[in-house]
Design a protein around this ligand. Structure first.
Ligand code: UGA
Length: 433
């Protein structure tokens, strides 16, 4: 089937590549020419495991192509996935400017039936706004549908190809049939395709992300109790998570959630509740607990290294989570910013996120980036672990100890074995253990 994907960010690129991979003929359109040459060579401008390889293969097979000509992209197929950003607006709302811009272009250029699909995360009943805009501009038949993405950065390709569920909100039989065809390569392998009405599909996305945020804040709250009482949050998480009704995932305590999705979607959901005059304390509290994690971590640093000015601190991990170069709303952004103000000497390392991070925190006399994690340890009096990259778990801590001026670690992600680190005579501080 011919498919148009508008937007070539994380969601757009992964959606386009994976739909091509399962045999559709995909045209991925973006507004600007930026990175277009790279994309046409199959080089993903974002770091996402497996994505460049998938792009290259499908470019070779001519299953996917890229354009910045939106008009021809709209005319290319009857199925259009909108995959543009919906960042946080001024009041915490989801800013729909890009979605409505694409909708305007569709209304302007469509010359036959279109199925317009919200893939971007949009608040409940956004489909009504899309419908109203298109209906106001053209008499040509169209449908709007919601097909939220559940892609987690770092594992997006895997998530798309092996979905827990595919959720589709439709209000016409024609749209439903088209979706059955689009996702046939998945349903034929037994992956569940859940049809709902459109507002339900729009809400499923927010309800899922907010629940994940809630789960993380909840375990962080319990972690504070562990800290005060001699309990160990790892054991508590495990003991709680083994209950299959609760589940083991998303019970890792530490610095809390960051990224472009959870914070943004919790905010937007709060905004929707407020607009409807509904009570939303639960999610406001979720956000507050999450913000406090960074403060608790900074207090711990102050306690550990009281005269911080001029002292050398190594920071391992800048991305908001491992296997990505994304630093949006990453705890490291705030923590490095605050430490830099204190006059500490900061040595930073991340396997992927240096380029993005250095745009926000460029090098200065007290802040340097390192290409290898061990090089960042020289003369250091404190090692902070902010992102749970595997290579930090797998490091040689005898070597780490030798390189540091004093062997002190604050582990913001609880990735190291506490007893082992104490055996190696590190002063080792983690969260809730
Ligand atoms: C999230 C959801 O997991 C995806 O299902 C969703 O599709 C995506 O948002 C989206 O809306 O596009 P993502 O933001 O990529 O995906 O990352 P997550 O894996 O959810 O991690 C979010 C944050 O939570 C990270 O900072 C991570 O370090 C933190 N986290 C995660 C914890 O602090 N503890 C945990 O136990 C798990």
């Amino acid at each position: 089937m011919k498919i148009t994907v508008i937007g070539a960010g994380y969601v757009g690129l992964v959606t386009a590549a994976c739909l091509a991979e399962v045999g559709h003929e995909v045209l991925c359109a973006k507004k600007s020419t930026r990175n277009l040459d790279l994309l046409r060579q199959g080089i993903s401008p974002i770091y996402e495991p497996g994505l460049s390889e998938m792009l290259q293969e499908n470019l070779k097979k001519e299953q996917i192509s890229f354009t910045n000509d939106i008009e021809s992209a709209i005319k290319f197929s009857e199925v259009i996935f909108i995959c543009v950003g919906t960042p946080t607006g001024e009041n915490g709302n989801a800013d729909l400017t890009q979605v409505m811009d694409v909708t305007s272009s569709i209304a302007e250029h469509m010359d036959s039936y279109k199925l317009i699909i919200e893939k971007s995360t949009v608040p409940v009943n956004t489909h009504l706004k899309i419908k109203e805009l298109v209906e106001g501009r053209t008499g040509i038949e169209f449908d709007v549908a919601s097909n939220p993405e559940f892609l987690a950065e770092g594992t997006s390709v895997h998530n798309f190809m092996n979905p827990n569920r595919i959720v589709v909100g439709v209000d016409s039989e024609k749209a439903r049939k088209i979706f059955e065809e689009i996702y046939q390569p998945f349903t034929s392998q037994g992956y569940p395709l859940l049809f709902t009405n459109i507002p339900s599909a729009e809400i499923i996305k927010y309800a899922s992300n907010a629940f994940l945020a809630l789960k993380i804040s909840y375990i962080n709250l319990i972690s504070d109790l562990c800290e005060m009482t001699g309990a160990n949050i790892d054991d508590v998480s495990r003991g709680v998570g083994l209950d299959q009704r609760i589940g083991e995932k998303f019970l890792n305590a530490g610095l809390g959630y960051g990224g472009s999705c959870l914070p943004k979607d919790v905010n937007a959901l709060i905004h929707t509740y407020k607009e409807l005059d509904l009570d939303i304390n639960l999610l406001e509290e979720t956000m507050k607990i999450n913000d406090q994690r960074r403060e608790i971590f900074l207090e711990q640093i102050e306690k550990t290294l009281p005269d911080i000015k001029g002292r050398t601190i190594t920071i391992w991990g800048l991305a908001f989570k491992p296997n990505t170069d994304d630093i949006r709303a990453a705890p490291a952004v705030d923590i490095v910013g605050r430490l830099n103000e204190t006059g500490a000497v900061l040595k930073l390392y991340d396997p992927q996120a240096e380029e993005n991070f250095s745009r926000i925190h460029p090098e200065n006399s007290n802040l340097k980036y390192y290409k290898h994690r061990y090089d960042a340890l020289k003369d250091s009096e404190l090692l902070l672990i902010i992102t749970d990259w595997d290579e930090f778990k797998d490091s040689n801590y005898d070597q780490v100890k030798e390189l540091m001026a004093s062997p002190v670690i604050i582990d913001g992600r609880n990735i190291l074995d506490k007893e082992l680190m104490e055996e190696k005579e590190f002063k080792y501080i983690s969260m809730g253990r």
